[in-house]
Ligand binder design. Structure first.
Ligand SMILES: CCCCCCC[C@@H](O)CC(=O)SCCNC(=O)CCNC(=O)[C@H](O)C(C)(C)COP(=O)(O)OP(=O)(O)OC[C@H]1O[C@@H](n2cnc3c(N)ncnc32)[C@H](O)[C@@H]1OP(=O)(O)O
Length: 285
């Protein structure tokens, strides 16, 4: 059976220990659009050889940075074809400043499996710690098409309420035609983002951008545009992947500034504002 919630929910996955270097962080920063302006000397802090800036979104790639195989959607009680899966949502809470290099261990478990009728949503939680204690916590979901209908609970919907006014800020983020090919070097070798044949078989006209690349692009642009480049001022960051993004498209990010939080949406310039990210919330550290 592809999904058996009675086995999946609560099952602890094997701990994963990993290390990352300042070069990994710099490559990630470039893959999410850092240092794009060659005349901006300050942006070189993103590619410093020893102490590059570390975005909170780096947490999403640290554990798998050096993995070169495509991911498998296979855990206790869950076995799903990768071609049926898209990333549904992602949240990172940084418990303290993420070091530019380090060694850590991640503990993961599936916390909920939602039956959305035609689709299943599998929600996981990961806690990453180093020798000094917890570093960050992630909560993420995958949306598995055609895997619903197993008789489970529909579960709650995520709906951020936005202020009833025009956005306080608008940020444009161009992406490159080879953005996904660059981003895959940060540890997500899902062929959905590189192989036209795989993308077609999965129901897309061409390879799509990694959800976590859009997620990182928005986090980096937010730090640069609204936090004076100080990545440590973003303590938590969450988003739902509301629609696919093709490499080369431009993201339009609308930002509502609400005291401790910034609420955002991201849409696609070239497709009349088609949604890309929704329920985007950055929490001030
Ligand atoms: C272990 C390793 C695993 C590998 C992980 C994957 C690795 C990566 O390489 C993969 C990727 O990066 S894929 C790219 C990023 N993701 C995307 O592009 C998805 C974009 N979103 C969509 O296409 C649609 O919103 C779509 C298709 C998600 C939903 O659209 P619809 O089918 O039209 O659904 P809708 O009618 O809007 O809603 C039905 C119910 O589902 C809930 N829902 C919707 N979008 C969701 C999402 N993104 N995440 C979680 N839940 C979601 C809705 O709330 C609704 O439920 P309810 O009625 O109870 O509220």
């Amino acid at each position: 059976m592809p999904i058996d919630p009675s086995i999946a929910v609560g099952a602890e996955l094997p701990e994963v220990s990993f290390s990352w270097t300042a070069s990994d962080v710099a490559l990630y920063n470039l893959a999410v659009g850092a240092a794009a302006d060659p005349m901006n000397e300050a942006a070189l802090d993103y590619i410093d050889d020893v102490a590059p800036k570390v975005l909170p979104s780096f947490a999403t790639v640290a554990a798998t940075f050096h993995v070169t195989e495509a991911p498998k959607v296979s855990f206790p009680g869950i076995d799903i074809d990768l071609a049926k899966v898209v990333h549904g949502s992602q949240e990172v809470v940084a418990h303290r400043r993420i070091p530019a290099s380090g060694t850590a261990t991640t503990r993961s478990r599936v916390v909920e499996v939602q039956d959305k009728g035609s689709a299943a949503v599998v929600i996981s939680e990961k806690v990453t710690s180093d020798a000094d204690g917890p570093l960050w916590t992630e909560r993420s979901s995958i949306f598995a098409k055609g895997e619903g209908g197993f008789g489970g609970e529909r579960g709650a919907s995520t709906r951020v309420s936005y202020p009833d006014r025009t956005a306080d800020h608008r940020i444009e983020i161009p992406t490159h035609a080879n953005q996904a090919l660059l981003y895959r070097l940060c540890g997500d070798r899902n062929p959905l983002h590189s192989s036209p044949a795989f993308a077609k078989a999965a129901g897309f006209p061409r390879p799509i951008l990694h959800g976590l690349c859009s997620y990182g692009l928005v986090c980096r642009a937010l730090a640069d545009e609204l936090f004076d480049g100080d990545v440590t001022r973003i303590g938590g960051y969450a988003a739902t992947f509301a629609g696919i993004v093709f490499p080369g498209e431009t993201l339009i990010v609308d930002v509502w500034d609400e005291d401790s939080q910034l609420k955002m949406t991201a849409s696609i310039l070239q497709r009349d504002g088609a949604p890309a990210l929704g329920n985007v919330v950055a929490t001030r550290a």
